[in-house]
Design a binder for this molecule. Structure first.
Ligand code: HEM
Length: 285
């Protein structure tokens, strides 16, 4: 049972054509297992979190009731991306598990929406948002070691509270970035193989069979990987302790109490700007 489907090419050589579709189930089950194991770990074994906190009273007093976290533009991007991602998963995989419909046109339209939204996001995050807020820093690495030691029952000082994004979120962002870019880059080339009402001129001869095959395989592998990644993302989004973060992706802000509990005002500073008190630099449009 191979991971890739093969066919005999025009020159009699074997060429890859698609991934093996049982990988859909492998990834869905992996996502489900992750959720079950994580829920059991948090419910049974994990100790309550402890952070080192030494906020000055002036720093605490400067935090507004509602701490802005995501600007309107950042939230709009997130939800456009989310809708297109679900549309892509549904149109790609339902037909493979037996729900037959004419999926290709819906799929590439959703693919173009995702591609456009990601290009927008890269520009927006590079020039308007705090680009480095989503990449791990030295304190994240130090605190990951401290958290691991403490989880194993060894002596270690408590970690600092997080900056704008916890390390896990930064890691997730990186993985989804890689798989997202893989489906987008391959998907845009694959548009040359299907009828796109003239948006892309059809030309299946720009690559040979081997290159096309590898492209379909990479598209498929990154695609099934996204099944597990999106399942885990939704799971965390609806976990009770993460709901304040999810709500901030709808309403744009989080409560002062949640901010002070999980975030270090030294690492994620709130700036007073003309947009009103408590506007964070990484939220600027
Ligand atoms: C969540 C993201 C995506 C997933 C899960 C996904 C999944 C898939 C899968 C499983 C296939 C079938 C591949 C095969 O037959 O081996 C496919 C085909 C295709 N996808 Fe995607 N895809 C995604 C994103 C995109 C994007 C962003 C684009 C365009 C920009 C795109 C355009 C296409 C095209 C044109 C095909 C070829 C259809 C054909 O040749 O019949 N996809 N996709």
């Amino acid at each position: 049972m191979g991971l890739i489907q093969w066919a005999i090419g025009p020159w009699g050589n074997e060429v890859p054509t698609h991934i093996a579709w049982f990988l859909i189930w492998v990834c869905a089950i992996a996502g489900l297992l992750f959720m079950i194991v994580h829920a059991l770990y948090v419910g049974i074994f994990a100790k309550p979190r402890k952070y080192s906190v030494n906020d000055s009273s002036a720093a605490v007093a400067a935090v507004p009731e509602r701490v802005p976290r995501h600007s309107f533009v950042a939230r709009a991007f997130h939800w456009v991306m989310a809708i297109s991602m679900f549309a892509l998963l549904i149109t790609a995989f339902l037909p493979k598990v037996g729900v037959k419909f004419d999926w290709v046109t819906y799929h590439w339209i959703a693919g173009l929406v995702l591609s456009a939204s990601i290009i927008f996001h890269i520009i927006h995050a590079s020039f308007w948002l705090d680009f480095w807020s989503i990449w791990p820093d030295k304190i994240d690495v130090r605190d990951a070691k401290r958290r691991l030691m403490r989880a194993l029952g060894k002596e270690a000082p408590p970690p600092d509270r997080f900056a704008k994004y916890p390390l896990e979120n930064k890691f997730y962002h990186f993985v989804i970035l890689c798989s997202g870019l893989a489906v987008i880059c391959t998907g845009l080339f694959m548009m040359k193989r299907v009828s796109t009402f003239g948006i892309f001129s059809r030309n299946p001869y720009i690559f040979g069979d081997m290159t096309w095959g590898l492209m379909y395989v990479l598209h498929g592998l990154a695609g099934v990987g996204l099944i597990a990644l999106i399942m885990v993302h939704v799971y965390f989004g609806i976990r009770p302790e993460k709901l304040p973060i999810t709500k901030s992706m709808i309403f744009g802000y989080m409560s002062r109490d949640f901010y002070l509990e999980e975030h270090d005002p030294q690492r994620w500073m709130i700036e007073k700007t003309k947009k009103g008190p408590g506007y964070a630099p990484s939220d600027a449009d």
